[in-house]
Design a protein around this ligand. Sequence first.
Ligand code: SAM
Length: 270
Amino acid sequence: MDGNFYIVSTPIGNLSDITLRALEILKNVDYIACEDTRVSRILLDKYSISSKLFDCHKFNEKERSEKIISLLNEGKNIALISDAGTPLISDPGSVLINELYKNNVKITAIPGACALIDFLSLIPRDSEEFSFIGFIGRTFKSQAEIINKYKYSNLVFYESPNRLKDTLNNILEISGENTKIAVGRELTKVFEEIKIGKISEIIDYYNHNPIKGELVVMIFAANGNSTEDDVLKEKIQILKNEGYSPKDISKIISKLYGENKNKIYKLSLN
Ligand code: SAM
């Protein structure tokens, strides 16, 4: 296999956020595989890059892998880019890269913008540790499973503006009112905004301000001092305030979080 293959990071909003090496590679390759040719054309035109473009997205990745391998065999150099940021980070490319490894293709990544990393560099944290899960699930149940699983780690995820309010309300219900979160919106763009605070403050802020653009969210690691029972008690109190009986509360919490029914029943009697 004679051709070279590059995974090239592109900007996440501000078109100047692209490295000199990325521009040089994109100018010199024979082909650029991208998610959507219309989106990538804007960036390539700005930098007068005329390498041939073809699409490679989650619906045709497998078939495109064959085309890319045969072009590499002909000695062509190819770059993969996504609509924004770093390919394969909540973006297509995994199927293709797997195929390339199987075919012993040498792969070079050209690092650059990534919303996750840009966001993390802006958020003060007590610990370096974080868990990134890409886009968070949509249902309350799937969110509860993930949020409880990563309770003691800083949990970072991508979320759409249309779902942010529901997700924030779910976080309040799942993790309690003492939960601290951070939201990064429109990173690197003119209306970039970072909000850090208790979940209720952030909910209140977005109840009074529009949620437009792209978002990254972090739920800070739960304080190791608060015990599992404290977190359960907070959930029980929320349901009590809604008028649920201890019997109903034990049923609901055990079903949602897999907790022991009797334990919840006893805690909710206090
Ligand atoms: N590959 C990209 C990266 O490196 O960040 C992520 C692609 S994923 C399909 C798109 C999601 O990333 C958006 O829905 C949003 O959650 C997040 N994102 C991308 N650009 C962003 C930005 N400028 N500000 C905040 N979040 C952003």
